[in-house]
Every structure is written in structure tokens, then in C-alpha cells.
Ligand binder design. Structure first.
Ligand SMILES: [Zn+2]
Ligand SMILES: [Zn+2]
Length: 83
């Protein structure tokens, strides 16, 4: 009998931890999250308050598959510095 050793990549670990955190709290980094469906077929969590479509898992390519990063609160590119 051989013991099954399951190894996870760091990306898989990140995904598992993220999913657990989101499911437990409904939030990510203190922000409410919604779920997008990547054009590659997997779901991913998004905490951007600027997405127009946040219901019904809108299709949006994730950053890992060439999508644009979503804009997180406090990281708005249009925000000037100095204040
Ligand atoms: Zn989003
Ligand atoms: Zn993707």
C-alpha cells in the first residue's frame, strides 16, 4: 500500500486559502467580493468596487490569463497623490 502524497502548487494553495476566506467572511481584504468567470472557465474572486456587472458571475478574463487587473479601493489609478 502506498501512501498518497498530495502536493499543491503555491497557486493552488493561494486559491484554496482565498476561497476559504471568502466563503467564511464574504469579504476579501475587508472588501465585499463578487465572483467572475474567467474566459478560461474557472471562477475567480474580485474585490473591486468598480465592476459594473457583479451579479451572475460575469465573464471577465483574470489577470493570469491576460485580463486587466481590477481596480481595488484605494488603488484607483485616477487618484492623484498628495492628499
Ligand atoms: Zn469584479
Ligand atoms: Zn483565468
Amino acid at each position: 500500500m502506498t501512501a498518497a502524497i498530495v502536493t499543491f502548487t503555491q497557486a493552488q494553495v493561494d486559491e484554496i486559502v482565498l476561497a476559504a476566506v471568502v466563503q467564511a467572511t464574504g469579504r476579501l481584504n475587508g472588501m465585499p467580493v463578487h465572483i467572475h468567470k474567467c474566459t478560461e472557465g474557472h471562477p475567480w474572486y474580485c474585490a473591486s468596487p468598480y465592476c459594473e456587472e457583479v451579479t451572475a458571475n460575469p465573464v471577465l478574463t483574470c489577470v493570469n490569463h491576460g485580463g486587466k487587473p481590477t481596480i481595488l479601493k484605494g488603488q484607483e489609478p485616477w487618484r492623484g497623490g498628495g492628499r
